[in-house]
Structure formats: C-alpha cells, structure tokens
Design a protein around this ligand. Sequence first.
Ligand code: IDP
Ligand code: MG
Length: 136
Amino acid sequence: MSNLEQTLSIIKPDAVERNLENEIKEMFKSKGFSILKEKKIQIEKSEAEKFYKVHETKPFYNDLCAYLSSGPIVVMVLEKDNAVLGNRELMGATNPEDAEEGTIRKKYGISIDKNSVHGSDSVENAKIEIDFFFKD
Ligand code: IDP
Ligand code: MG
C-alpha cells in the first residue's frame, strides 16, 4: 500500500557554502524523492530560534540558531512514499562520525554542528516545518 508523504529538507550553510546543493539534490532524486518546492534564502537569527524552538533548553541552542542563520540555505519540500523516515535514513545520524556509508551526512557532513542537512523527524513536524517556510 502506498503512503505518500511530504517532508521538509534544508541544505544547511556549510553545504551551500561548499556548492554541494546540486550533488545533494541528486542524492534525493536518485532515491526517488520529488522536489515539490524549493527556495534559497537566508533567515534571521530570530526565525532560526522559532524553527528550532524544541531545542531551546539545549546547551547548543544559541550556536545552532546563529549557525542556521549565518548564510544561505536551501529549503525544500520532498515527496515520496514514507518520505519522513526515508529522508532521515538518507541523511544519516546527526553526528557525521556515526553516519552510515551512503548517507548525506557521511559523505558531506563536517561535524555534529555542520552536518549539511536538516530533515523533519515526524509527519506532524513535517507539516509544521513545511508551513513555517512555505505558507504565505
Ligand atoms: P537532527 O538534525 O539529526 O534531527 P537534532 O537532535 O534535532 O538532530 O538536533 C538539531 C541540530 O542541532 C543537529 O542537526 C545538529 O546540527 C545540532 N546538534 C544536535 N546535537 C548537538 C550537540 O550535541 N552539539 C552541537 N550541535 C548539536
Ligand atoms: Mg531534529
């Protein structure tokens, strides 16, 4: 049975800066994801703080928000069957050192904070995050 889902992906500043946008998009497409929407933007720190609000009590919250707003990012809506989990699998572990071969973070991630991509962690959060960037 099919279970078409949408999820939010972000190519983070470290990857945009290294011109990895096309390589990363090709990895999504080769795994069967359709890119329904995309835009390259730079956000304010205050917007990053809203986006990462679930992490506000974490010691790394301030650095994380400063980082996400430090340069251009590419935000995308990805679609395929079971897209949320499929994207998490393709991204790999949060810490690139722990990420499996063949994942985006293994291939391109520099460190736990510069790990090249973001992906929604549940269908519910995917809806919230897609609205955050694409509702106008
Ligand atoms: P995820 O991006 O794999 O979903 P989360 O736990 O949601 O990971 O954390 C959000 C982001 O915060 C991570 O992608 C990473 O950039 C950063 N982060 C998570 N844990 C740490 C940490 O221990 N130190 C520094 N940055 C962290
Ligand atoms: Mg997360």
